[in-house]
Design a protein around this ligand. Sequence first.
Ligand SMILES: Cc1cc2nc3c(=O)[nH]c(=O)nc-3n(C[C@H](O)[C@H](O)[C@H](O)COP(=O)(O)OP(=O)(O)OC[C@H]3O[C@@H](n4cnc5c(N)ncnc54)[C@H](O)[C@@H]3O)c2cc1C
Length: 379
Amino acid sequence: MTIVDTPERRQLRELTRAFVTKEVLPYLDGWERAGEVPRSLHETAAKVGLLGVGFPEAVGGSGGDLLDSIVVTEEIIRSGGSSGLVAALFTHGIALPHMVAAGNEDLVDRYVRPTLAGTMIGALAITEPDGGSDVAGIRTCAVRDGDHYVVNGSKTYITSGIRADFVTTAACTDFPGSGSLILLVIEKGTPGFTVGRRLEKLGWHCSDTAELSFSDVRVPVANRIGPEDTGFLTIMQQFSAERLSLATQAYATAQRCVDLAVRWCRDRSTFGRPLAGRQLIRHRLAEMHTRAEAARAYVHEVAERVAAGQPVVTEVAMAKNVAVAACADVVDRALQLHGGFGYLRDAEVERHYRDARILGIGGGTTEIMNDIIAKGMGL
Ligand SMILES: Cc1cc2nc3c(=O)[nH]c(=O)nc-3n(C[C@H](O)[C@H](O)[C@H](O)COP(=O)(O)OP(=O)(O)OC[C@H]3O[C@@H](n4cnc5c(N)ncnc54)[C@H](O)[C@@H]3O)c2cc1C
């Protein structure tokens, strides 16, 4: 029995699978066309206890740790959901942890509890039009004016930014690019805060993505997360969980595509024989399965170390890159095995092929992960 295969986690898998089967699969294609998931899905997910997994009961969560969140993500994708759905429904996984870690009861009551209850939606805004990789270079600025900060700047590619009721926003307190960052919770409807157009994307169609702009937006100092100038550190500390979530989405997508390809190769006959009757095809499926499994095992190992509080920033970067590379290879081969059908919108594998491309970009690109790994090697 592995650490993610305990009786409690098996139960969590069953709960997740039942949720996906009943509440997601009949509607997912429609949400992909609509460009977003409905708000009611958040409430339903909260009611069955899935939205709060990985958050302490003391802040309105359902308890559990990073490994429980990983189990939920794995099972959503394994049951026919998608990484796009995970991004849309679990955006709070990146919008809330800074508030929970800072332990500010007021912010927890106003934003964390309602979000985990599914009645509010949050987003995280770090990336700017001028660049996302260089977090220290953030140009959106927050200038203190009495009990408020006055925020000016813009953000882009923000997941759930169209629907979000509040945005956990990174801003500099000194001059643009100074690296002295704070995190502010900015509410939709605050004068000067504009949500721009819905960005059209290659994949993750059911996950809305927005541009945001701030023009003299007055944000109460009470909405600052943690002390002044701790923003950069706080952002970096929470990146590990986000990167492991993306790594999980990557190997789970790969495994789902292996399952789809196996089913297809058993059913599809060419030249009078099922595809799976040919050794070449069986070996291809074996290689795909091996890549997905190896990525899963490594991500689990690193996640266990993160959950145990070990400083494994380098290993997290390696886990993300390993899983993303495995996913890219496997989704491509799975689509190819489906032939022409694999290229059609009707094929589930087609959605995974498009969705997978973001996994090596979001949460820190493959190149930025390599930079971290090289640093960890002393280079
Ligand atoms: C669908 C989607 C959802 C997203 N959701 C969010 C969100 O919710 N919140 C948020 O804040 N951001 C979000 N992002 C933004 C994402 O995190 C950034 O796109 C990512 O960090 C890269 O930043 P960039 O696009 O500005 O690329 P750049 O930083 O401009 O990089 C461009 C290219 O140059 C490479 N590069 C950059 N610096 C170096 C270097 N030093 N050495 C070698 N290569 C380098 C990069 O790897 C990349 O290939 C999302 C993006 C997408 C597409």
